[in-house]
Design a protein around this ligand. Structure first.
Ligand SMILES: O=C(O)CCC(=O)C(=O)O
Length: 298
């Protein structure tokens, strides 16, 4: 067995039950949740990011993009072991952090329109119908006990319908406002139809969306390689700061492989590893593929 020094085993990801819910509904609430101390730490960091400006008006939604680069507390979220394994289950060795956003939706902020994430003309789900290419991990930092508090509103199962198209802001049959206690973490498929409700409550909604994709999905940030080089190996790799070499997004360089070791075997071998010289050309299965492969060959 070839071992690679200082490479960690992939942190835990979906349980069988969480996977089933995620595949059926397009959204799953994780068993793991934040304690009050962690919530306070993230809210303080959120306050620091929001106060850096630009100035925002009380009733307007304020979004901080690429928040992992804005505060060291959020930099930790690039690969936080409480959630990164979920994204790794889907995207495996080509995992990339696509977006990281902080949302502050104060009382009086408006709703947005039904949409899916990513391209609208020919959506991701045309090519990625069973497993999404964009997955979002949401950290909810304030209580959302009922609807109309600036909640995420989504249509469970809508990721499974290749031809669904919705427009506008009207209520749709089957829609679900996401309600939860602060500290809740959920993972959702970017292909589900969703919108945001107006905040008619008396408290701001504050949350983070940490979004992952395979490394070859683009469209948001080119991460600063100088900053990325100051981070841990895993964080640097997950940011994919390949500014000068576009083909690295498709075929990551040898030094970025493996990102993690297999959770079961604790090495980088898998059922389909081909005996070639260069390990960055070995085929690696995602956790999801492994389940499918093992069912088929077992
Ligand atoms: O803030 C939300 O709940 C969802 C925001 C949204 O629709 C999006 O970022 O695509």
């Amino acid at each position: 067995v070839t071992t690679v020094n200082a490479v960690q085993v992939a942190p835990p990801g979906f349980t069988a039950e969480e996977w089933e819910t995620f595949m059926r509904d397009g959204l799953v609430v994780l068993q793991t949740r934040l304690g009050q101390e962690e919530i306070d730490r993230y809210l303080e960091a959120a306050e620091r990011c929001l106060s850096m400006g630009p100035a925002y008006s009380a009733q307007k939604t304020h979004k901080v993009s690429n928040v992992v680069a804005s505060d060291p507390v959020f930099t930790e979220l690039i690969d936080h072991p409480r959630h990164v394994g979920y994204a790794h289950d889907l995207f495996g060795e080509q995992l990339k952090l696509l977006q990281a956003e902080l949302f502050h939706r104060p009382p009086g902020s408006f709703q947005n329109e039904w949409h899916i994430d990513g391209p609208r003309l020919v959506p991701y789900k045309t090519f990625a119908a069973s497993v999404p290419v964009k997955v979002r991990v949401a950290y909810w930092l304030t209580d959302l006990p009922h609807a109309d508090m600036g909640n995420l509103v989504y249509l469970p199962g809508s990721h499974l319908d290749a031809f669904s198209e919705y427009a506008g802001r009207d209520t749709l049959p089957g829609e679900r406002p996401f309600c939860c206690e602060r500290g809740t973490i959920c993972v959702f498929n970017g292909n589900i139809w969703h919108r945001v409700s107006a905040n008619r409550g008396s408290t701001p909604r504050v949350n983070l969306f940490i979004t992952y994709s395979p490394s070859w999905i683009t469209g948001y940030h080119v991460q600063d390689p100088a900053w990325a080089a100051t981070l841990t190996r895993e964080r640097r790799i997950i940011l994919r700061p390949y500014d000068g070499t576009l083909k690295s997004f498709t075929r990551p360089p040898a030094e970025d492989v493996p990102l993690y070791l297999d959770r079961d075997t604790r090495d980088e071998h898998g059922p389909l590893v081909a005996p070639v010289e260069e390990r960055h050309k070995w085929r690696r299965l995602t956790a999801h593929e492994k389940r499918v492969y093992e069912r088929g060959s077992g």
